[in-house]
Design a protein around this ligand. Structure first.
Ligand code: NOJ
Length: 534
C-alpha cells in the first residue's frame, strides 16, 4: 500500500480535508427545529465515513443570532440553543477518537451589541474607558447628526449608528455587530485569552473571521477610492496582532486559518509568513468561473503566491456565505460575485451537478488542504427561500434586492422518508427545506454508488491512501484546449475536461476514479474529471 499523506502527523493541516459544520442547520438532536451539538454528535459517524480530517464549526457561542452567530455575546459559552460547554468538550473528544480534529471560529472584528463590553460602553457614556474598547465618536454636522465618516459597509448600508446620548459607533457589518478597537490592549489580551480557552479544551485550530478587517486607520479618515492603504482593510498593524496570536497557538500546537479576502496576492501572502497564520482561505478559486484557462491561472497564481512563504494553499468551492456549487456551475455566470446575487437566476441543475462532481475531483487533487461545506457532499443546490422566511441581514440591508445567504444554509436532509428529511423531529426546521429535498438525503445517497456522496467518499478514501495527493508539487501535462491535466509528483494524474467535446484519456495508468461515465469510445466527456494511476 502507498505511503499515507501527511494528515496523520503534526503537519496534518497541510493537506487536510476539513468539513465545515454550520451547527444551526447540520442536525437537530433535541427536536426543536434548530441544529445543535447533540445532533452533530449523533452524526459523527457520517463524517468519519466520509473520511474528513477535521471539522470547522461556524460560531456556536451565545448569540442573538442576528448574523447567524457572527454576533457573539460571550466567547466562552455555548449558545443554549446548541447545547452546553460540557457537550462541546465531549464532542471535541468524541470526534478526536474518530480521527477528526476540531476547528472553532473566532470573530475578533466585532461582538454582539449584547456582549457585556458593549452594554457597559452604552451605560458608561461618552468619554468613558468602556467606550474606548469600541469606536465611539461624535458625529459631523452642526448638531453631530452626520456619521463620523463615510466608510462603506461590508453588508451595504451605513457603518455608523447613533446612540441616545448622541455619539456614534462603528460597525462594518450590522448595527448589532459593533467593531472592537484593536488599538486597545484589553481587546488584544481578551482575544488571546479566548484562544487559550479553546485550545485548552482540545481544539486543534481556529478560523479567524474577517481577519483582514480588525485594524482601523486611527484617524478614521474618509474612504477615497483607489487610495492606499484602505482605511480598514489590510492595515499593517494586523501582522503584529497575528504574530502574537501565533505564539499562543504554538504553545498548544494549534493552527489558524484566516478569512482573508484580498485581491493582491503579495499582500495576501504576508499573512502566511512563518510566524503568522498557518493558512488562509483562497477565495480566488471559489470565485473563478468554470473555464479551463481561468482555473489554471487561478491555481498557478495561488501556488505561486504561497510558495515564497512556504504555506500550503487551501481550496474551497463553497461555504455558508456563497451560492452553493451545483447552482453556481449551473448558471450562465459560473463565477461567484457577492454583487451579482439576484432572485430567480435561471439554473441548469443537471449541468451544475455534472460540473460540481468534476470540480470535486479537481479540488481534491490539488496541493494543499480542502474545505468542504456541509451538504456539498450531498450535492445540495442553493434553495429558493420564500421572501417571508428569509432571515439573513444581508437581504434586509440590501433593501430586499439581494436574496442573501439563507439559500445555502438550509437544514440538511438525512433520512428521505422521515419528517423534514430526518433533520430533527416533527418540528419544522428554522429555514424551510425546498420540495424534492428528500432526493438528496444522505441515507438514499449512501445506497447509490452513482451518488455525490459515494463519489466524495471514494475520492477522500483514495486521496488518503494514495501517495502524491495533498501537499507537494504539481506539474501540468500537455492537454487540448479547454482541458486541465496535471500530475502530482510520483503520484496520480488528474484530467478535467471543460471543453464542449469528449477527449481521449492520456496514456497513463489505470482509472482510479471518474466523476461520470466515460463514453462508448472510452473518452472523457465534457464536464467530467478523472484520476489516473501513476
Ligand atoms: C464572514 C462570515 O463568514 C459571515 O458569515 C459573517 O456575516 C461576516 N464575516 C461577519 O462576521
Amino acid at each position: 500500500m502507498a505511503a499515507p499523506n501527511s494528515h496523520r502527523t503534526e503537519d496534518w493541516w497541510r493537506d487536510a480535508v476539513i468539513y465545515q459544520v454550520y451547527p444551526r442547520s447540520f442536525a437537530d438532536g433535541d427536536g426543536d427545529g434548530t441544529g445543535d451539538l447533540a445532533g452533530v454528535r449523533a452524526r459523527l459517524p457520517h463524517l468519519a465515513e466520509l473520511g474528513v480530517d477535521a471539522v470547522w464549526f461556524t460560531p456556536w457561542y451565545v448569540s442573538p443570532l442576528v448574523d447567524g452567530g457572527y454576533d457573539v455575546a460571550d466567547y466562552r459559552t455555548i449558545d443554549p440553543a446548541f447545547g452546553t460547554l460540557g457537550e462541546a468538550e465531549k464532542l471535541i473528544a468524541e470526534a478526536r477518537e474518530l480521527g477528526i480534529r476540531t476547528i472553532v471560529d473566532i470573530v475578533p472584528n466585532h461582538v454582539s451589541d449584547q456582549h457585556a463590553w458593549f452594554r457597559a460602553a452604552l451605560e458608561a457614556g461618552p468619554g468613558s474607558a468602556e467606550r474606548e474598547r469600541f469606536h465611539f465618536r461624535p458625529g459631523r454636522g452642526e448638531h453631530g447628526e452626520l456619521p463620523p465618516n463615510d466608510w462603506p459597509s461590508q453588508f451595504s448600508g451605513r457603518t455608523w449608528t447613533r446612540v441616545e446620548d448622541g455619539e456614534w459607533y462603528l460597525h462594518l457589518f450590522t448595527p448589532e455587530q459593533p467593531d472592537l478597537n484593536w488599538a486597545h490592549p484589553e481587546v488584544r489580551r481578551e482575544h488571546e485569552d479566548v484562544l487559550r480557552f479553546w485550545f485548552e479544551r482540545g481544539v486543534a485550530g481556529v478560523r479567524i473571521d474577517s481577519a483582514a478587517l480588525l485594524a482601523k486607520d486611527p484617524a478614521l479618515a474618509d474612504f477615497v477610492e483607489g487610495v492606499d492603504p484602505h482605511p480598514y482593510i489590510d492595515q499593517d498593524e494586523l501582522h503584529d496582532i497575528y504574530r502574537s496570536w501565533r505564539r499562543v497557538a504554538d504553545a498548544y500546537g494549534g493552527v489558524f486559518v484566516g478569512e482573508v479576502w484580498l485581491p493582491d496576492a503579495e499582500r495576501f501572502a504576508r499573512y502566511l509568513r512563518p510566524d503568522e497564520l498557518h493558512t488562509a482561505f483562497n477565495f480566488n478559486f471559489l470565485s473563478c468561473p468554470w473555464d479551463a484557462e481561468l482555473l489554471r491561472r487561478s491555481i498557478d497564481d495561488t501556488l505561486a503566491e504561497h510558495a515564497p512563504v512556504g504555506a500550503p494553499a487551501t481550496w474551497v468551492l463553497c461555504n455558508h456565505d456563497v451560492t452553493r456549487t451545483v447552482t453556481r456551475y449551473g448558471r450562465a455566470d459560473t463565477g461567484f460575485d457577492f454583487a451579482k446575487k439576484a432572485f430567480g437566476t435561471p439554473t441548469d441543475l443537471a449541468l451544475g451537478t455534472l460540473r460540481a462532481r468534476a470540480a470535486a475531483l479537481l479540488t481534491l487533487a490539488l496541493p494543499g488542504s480542502v474545505y468542504l461545506y456541509q451538504g456539498e457532499e450531498l450535492g445540495l443546490p442553493e434553495a429558493d427561500i420564500p421572501r417571508e422566511r428569509i432571515q439573513d441581514p444581508m437581504h434586509f440591508r440590501s433593501g430586499g434586492v439581494d436574496p442573501g445567504r439563507d439559500g445555502c444554509r438550509v437544514p440538511l436532509p438525512w433520512d428521505g422518508d422521515a419528517p423534514y428529511c430526518g433533520f430533527g423531529s416533527e418540528t419544522e426546521p428554522w429555514l424551510p427545506q425546498p420540495e424534492g429535498w428528500a432526493a438528496y438525503a444522505a441515507d438514499r445517497q449512501a445506497a447509490d454508488p452513482e451518488s455525490m456522496l459515494s463519489l466524495y467518499r471514494e475520492a477522500l478514501r483514495l486521496r488518503r491512501s494514495t501517495a502524491g495527493f495533498g501537499d507537494g508539487p504539481l506539474d501540468w501535462l500537455p492537454a487540448p484546449d479547454g482541458v486541465l491535466a496535471f500530475r502530482r509528483a510520483g503520484g496520480p494524474v488528474c484530467v478535467v475536461n471543460l471543453s464542449p467535446a469528449p477527449v481521449e484519456l492520456p496514456a497513463h495508468g489505470a482509472v482510479l476514479l471518474v466523476s461520470g461515465p466515460l463514453d462508448e469510445a472510452g473518452r472523457l466527456p465534457s464536464d467530467t474529471a478523472v484520476w489516473l494511476d501513476a
